[in-house]
Ligand binder design. Sequence first.
Ligand code: HEM
Ligand code: HEM
Length: 321
Amino acid sequence: MFVAEARVLGLALLGSVFASQTAWAAEVSAPTPEGMLSHFESWIALAIVVFAFGAAWLLNHQAPKLRATGTLLAALGCFGVVWWFVGILGSGVLDNPKPFQAPMDALKPGILWTQAIVALLGGITLLGVANRQRKGTEVLELSGANEVDRYGRVSRVMHWATAMLFILMIPMGVFSSMIPENVWYRTEYNIVHKTIGFIVLGLFASRLLWNRKSKRPGLDPSLKPIEKRLAHGAHVALYVLMFAVPFTGYVMTSLHGYPSFFFFIELQPFLPESEAYIVWGLFHKYILQYLIYLILGAHVLGALKHHYIDKHQSAFKRMVS
Ligand code: HEM
Ligand code: HEM
């Protein structure tokens, strides 16, 4: 009895946090304009996935010129995000979004601006790196399996493909949640978001399987004990996020009674419709999103600090080719 009451009270409290409980996971939108390529959103999702895997493969190639091409592609990916952001500025959605559901939703335009500026700075930095790499002659001798003190090619390709897709999903998710219900491309955005989310889930599973087959290297010996603890904690947390973020998105969507998509394949909800979607939405849209900023920020800044401030080249080069 008490548990049931507590659940109702909890849901009521959560509901009151959000100004409206309208379709979080809504798929309702105007039909796609005539003349568009059939399932064009699935082609876009496929292009993004192929791009990420292609760039990740080139980034870890034996030949220096091809590694430079991988870095150039990563830079172009960053500029692609900036170009997309300029496009969405022109769409008017940032000024007239779907009604906000929680007070912190007012932060969304600012979050997108920040992410676009980070993408611009990242793209410019990567262009400089590609230019330097172009002049290099070092052949990267790397086996497929992990070694005692550095990651092998398979782990590196999976890490960088995941990194690109995961990072891209953040602004894409924020923007998708701002698109008003009646705008035709709302469903299309959701299809791309959900498809790439499932690919990240697949990458997470593949990485776990690969780690069983090929032992991960221990942490870099140049790290101080506290840095080792922080780095290890961040790695564990990132593995948890790679699973928890897409999983909560899938459960939230299913509990709300909407389908999910893997490219053009429509996956019907796997759970009965329930108000509990609010709790899962709270995790997918708010708690985990802010945890991503915290943990991923620490992971990336930590890696850059080892390289540029501590000058521990070996730590960075264990994953970066
Ligand atoms: C630009 C962004 C990123 C940079 C510069 C970066 C850099 C690195 C580096 C240098 C390592 C090796 C650390 C060591 O051996 O001590 C590493 C490992 C790792 N990274 Fe990233 N990373 C980035 C993005 C991401 C993202 C987006 C995720 C996941 C969501 C992620 C998950 C991981 C995990 C789980 C490990 C540990 C791998 C293992 O031991 O299996 N990284 N990263
Ligand atoms: C790597 C995986 C994923 C990441 C990083 C991610 C991230 C995000 C983020 C940051 C948002 C914006 C939340 C907000 O500001 O309101 C969002 C929204 C959303 N996500 Fe995901 N997501 C992932 C996977 C998935 C999956 C697999 C599904 C469903 C199958 C999903 C369904 C949704 C939906 C429906 C919304 C929009 C909710 C709305 O209209 O308000 N996500 N996601």
